[in-house]
Ligand binder design. Structure first.
Ligand code: SAH
Length: 230
């Protein structure tokens, strides 16, 4: 059974975008995952298919209407749809590799892309949207955030990555950042490769990689070590 992604957006032309190329593109062609886009505007009000309105209480910008968004969600996902309903949002729980892996193990996701100032709070409650952030900065819309989330999930789907092993040795999977990589030429601009890597001693290579991963994590992301997941 393939992973089903439904993306609700005012810009369906942004999909599959980068997801149509390379690893995720080939996986899409093979049917390892499917993509449906839903144009929120199709559920807009009146002749102009209006989707937004001014914020209650005043202030700048516009807010996506609850009734319009709910109609789009109900079109994409019936009440017995087992897929989680996500709203890309800077207020959400920050996306991490653990969440990505959970999503990849599931049947898919219904992903709402916000625009303007955001969406009416009532639709978040009424449709059980889980807010997901991709970092502490503000994008102009949820589409790129949804693309980031889907890219991270798709590469973990069964059969998508050529070398199944590379999925588990990467940064974060062991609660550590990854060790440095080298390849040929053996010398470049006067810089060599750490001799242990060409020693043929696999045990020594493993120990070196682990030590380097720990050193780099301690230097750059001590918070990962403190979280005790390694
Ligand atoms: N006024 C909002 C930001 C709205 S940005 C606030 O201050 O919280 C418009 C849309 O872009 C959001 O509705 C969301 O869907 C998307 N977006 C912006 N930044 C994001 C982030 N860091 N992670 C996920 N989605 C984001």
């Amino acid at each position: 059974m393939s992973f089903r992604a439904s993306v609700l957006t005012l810009y369906p032309e942004m999909f599959p975008g980068p997801l149509g190329l390379s690893l995720s593109g080939r996986a899409l062609e093979r049917g390892d995952w499917t993509l449906e886009t839903v144009q929120i505007r199709a559920f807009g009000e009146g002749r102009h298919r209006s989707v937004d309105d001014t914020p209650s209480g005043g202030g700048a910008g516009m807010v996506l209407r609850a009734d319009v968004l709910a109609a789009a969600i109900d079109h994409a996902s019936s009440p017995d749809d087992p897929r989680p309903r996500l709203l890309m949002s800077p207020r959400g729980r920050p996306l991490d590799q653990r969440r990505v892996r959970q999503l990849a193990e599931g049947p898919g996701a219904v992903i709402v892309c916000g625009r303007f100032e955001g969406v009416d709070e009532r639709v978040i409650e009424a449709r059980g949207l889980q807010e997901v952030s991709i970092g502490d900065y503000i994008l102009s819309g949820g589409e790129i955030a949804a693309t980031v989330l889907l890219d991270a999930v798709i590469r973990l789907l069964p059969g998508v990555m050529g070398n199944a092993e590379s999925g588990v040795t990467e940064s974060f999977e062991a609660g550590l950042l990854e060790h440095p990589h080298y390849t040929r030429p053996a010398e470049w601009e006067g810089r060599g490769i750490p001799p242990v890597l060409t020693s043929g001693d696999h045990g020594a290579v493993e120990r070196w990689r682990r030590a380097e991963a720990e050193r780099i994590t301690a230097e750059r992301r001590p918070d990962l070590l403190a979280s005790g997941r390694s």
